[in-house]
Design a protein around this ligand. Structure first.
Ligand SMILES: Cc1cc2nc3c(=O)[nH]c(=O)nc-3n(C[C@H](O)[C@H](O)[C@H](O)COP(=O)(O)OP(=O)(O)OC[C@H]3O[C@@H](n4cnc5c(N)ncnc54)[C@H](O)[C@@H]3O)c2cc1C
Length: 382
């Protein structure tokens, strides 16, 4: 048996997989109401905390399922796509939570990880708040500690996360600060008036005046955007998007059958287009995930692959949304048909930073490479 396959089998997380099944069933059942109310369902929030979902990305030695470790890449892929399929907003929150834990795991001290693990075990949620608005977040050393000035925008889970990891400019470069929020911070969700992803609680947070100790600063300046992790990790949101695409297809298939329209040749053509687009995206995302986990020393290759996976995922999602909406017709735009909501969520969540640059950087890598096209990446199962 080849080494990669052994790692993959060892990396299975069966306990987590069954907890995830009950959790995703709950998310799916509550997604429509959460969208209606533009808020995470309280029972989903409780289950996130109590069902061991939040702890799963933590390393095993601090009580987690080790989901962010290299040998678990396949379980992580599966978890992200299943959560995305159940409710894209919950998938977004979990992806951010897992990303923050991974940043602390890779860059923080053992003590920082231990403390975070203890708090996550007690129900705390984290996430990565990187986007800056008109008052970009800064951190400066003062006699009392490190003082924050400014805030964050487009911060998912604003008002819910108690331990967000934020990027902040400093004299020595960009720092990561693990906050311990009290609930008294100024959170503003009023500008979050999106088409979809309404229940992701994405808002702006004013962090001015907060003073944190040395122990809140994670890693060294520049760690946040260190490659290949920063761009290479994009495969994770792609996996959540894939879940949304798969859900749309499932809904379309079911509705075609119910209406007895499945045998129509044009509908069959759309079904084929959806299945191949989702399969194509899955192949690229899994390949990018595996490469980042098991072959990360080839940083530029990892980044290029993940950037291309982003483009393939976006194209696949746009094609599937078009096919499903044309194939289901007007009913795809009428509430409470879940196609209406999932397509809104997917269209919104697909908007990720600098897609043109990601594509152009990947193209430049391919242009400059001496490798034959079939040797640029390996799509084999391992
Ligand atoms: C549901 C949701 C939740 C989110 N949660 C978080 C979160 O928790 N934390 C966080 O940090 N962020 C979060 N974000 C923000 C996210 O990370 C991105 O910042 C945001 O989605 C960027 O979208 P955009 O379309 O405005 O990107 P842009 O990068 O502005 O892209 C828009 C278009 O402009 C092009 N473009 C970009 N730059 C240039 C340029 N210089 N010149 C010409 N063209 C350019 C792009 O290629 C693209 O075509 C969230 C976003 C969403 C949708």
């Amino acid at each position: 048996m080849r080494a990669g396959l052994v790692r993959e089998i060892r990396g299975e997380t069966p306990g987590f997989a069954s907890r995830l099944s009950s959790f995703t069933a709950l998310c799916e059942a509550r997604a429509a109401e959460a969208d209606e109310r533009s808020a995470v369902d309280p029972e989903v929030l409780t289950a996130l905390r109590s069902a061991g979902i939040l702890a799963a990305p933590l390393p095993r030695e601090v009580g987690g399922d080790g989901l962010m470790e290299a040998d678990c890449w396949s379980s992580l892929f599966d978890a992200l796509r299943r959560l995305g399929s159940a409710d894209l907003s919950i998938g977004r929150l979990f992806e951010g939570h897992a990303n923050a834990i991974d940043l602390v795991r890779r860059n923080g001290s053992a003590e920082q990880l231990r403390v975070l693990a203890e708090e996550v075990g007690n129900g705390a949620m984290t996430g990565v708040w990187g986007a800056d608005g008109r008052s970009p977040l800064r951190v400066a050393r003062t006699s009392q500690g490190w003082r924050l000035e400014g805030g964050k925008i487009l911060a998912s889970g604003a008002g819910l996360l108690t331990r967000p990891l934020v990027s902040a400019a400093s004299e020595t470069g960009q720092r990561l600060v693990l906050l311990d929020l009290t609930g008294s911070e100024k959170v503003d969700l009023s500008a979050w008036t999106p088409l979809g992803m309404r229940s992701s609680a994405t808002g702006s947070v004013d962090l001015s005046g907060i003073i944190v100790p040395d122990s809140s600063l994670v890693g060294e300046p520049g760690d946040f955007m260190r490659q290949p992790y920063f761009s290479g990790g994009a495969w994770r949101f792609c996996a959540v998007h894939l879940g949304g695409m798969e859900r749309l297809f499932e809904l379309y298939r079911r509705q075609l059958r119910e209406r007895g329209r499945g045998e129509d040749p044009y509908q069959l053509q759309r079904v084929a287009a959806c299945v191949s687009a989702a399969g194509n995206a899955s192949l690229w995302i899994r390949t990018a995930a595996r490469q980042l986990a098991l072959d990360m020393d080839q940083a530029e290759r990892c980044v290029a692959l993940s950037n291309l996976a982003r483009g393939v995922t976006e194209r696949a999602a746009l094609d599937i949304m078009e096919a499903v909406q044309r194939g289901a017709g007007l009913s795809a735009f009428l509430r409470p048909n879940p196609i209406e909501r999932v397509a809104r969520d997917l269209a919104t969540y697909l908007r990720q930073p600098v897609p043109d640059l990601a594509m152009a950087d990947a193209a430049r890598f391919a242009l400059g490479s001496e490798r034959a096209i079939e040797a640029l990446w390996s799509f084999d199962a391992d």
